[in-house]
Ligand binder design. Sequence first.
Ligand code: C5P
Length: 239
Amino acid sequence: MKDLKEPIIVALDVDDLESAGKLIEEVGAEVGGFKVGLQILTRVGPPAAVKFVQERGGKVFLDGKFYDIPNTTGKAARAAAELGVKMFNVHASSGIDSMMAAVENKGDSLVLAVTVLTSFDEEPGNLSLGGPTKVKVLQFARDAKLAGCDGVICSPQELALLGKRRELGPDFLRVTPGVRPAWADPNDQKRIMTPGEAIKAGAHYLVIGRPIYNPPEEIGSPLAAVKRIQEEIAMAWAA
Ligand code: C5P
């Protein structure tokens, strides 16, 4: 039996460590890790944010979205690896050499490539990416595989497409935000799937923020929200 906690990564989208601490304490034992992103990283700095989570027993997804020349990306990757994070990410659009530099310096961490931000709809995606979003996602995923990355971040909509590609292989990780249980507010997420749907479509990890740290009243608490999500994952795995 696979571990129901493992696929759940809670987005620590908070402004201060005090709020982060409460959430980690409440749900830490029931999830696979916590994503520290630009908001808290810019407030307190990566080493402080990462250590704070680790000292409370949480594993860290360092969502620093590196985008730079290979030399700089490689050195940033080494710094991330030395912090002992479970995973960190680099933009696939920074190029194969930049991703390779991240991979060479990843230590024991997993390197994930950001494909196309889920905030791009098809139309603006076409304009700024120079092609249909799904085509670009597949191209970036292939580049990431070639560079030796462990997987990609993609929207739920691309999970099935990437899962079918033999050149990527079944172990190539697919990590997806834009996940909303049926009971949660979609907020600003547009192309959403429920946790069960995303797992069935081939997600290895689900990055979930507001439905957990700000659950609707009828769900009650972050811990209750996590338990509901675990049930959905169990049902999807059993299906
Ligand atoms: O609150 P919510 O579940 O929408 O949070 C999703 C998290 O995933 C946020 O931290 C957001 O920044 C992140 N994310 C996203 N779409 C992307 C990349 C990251 O929603 N394409």
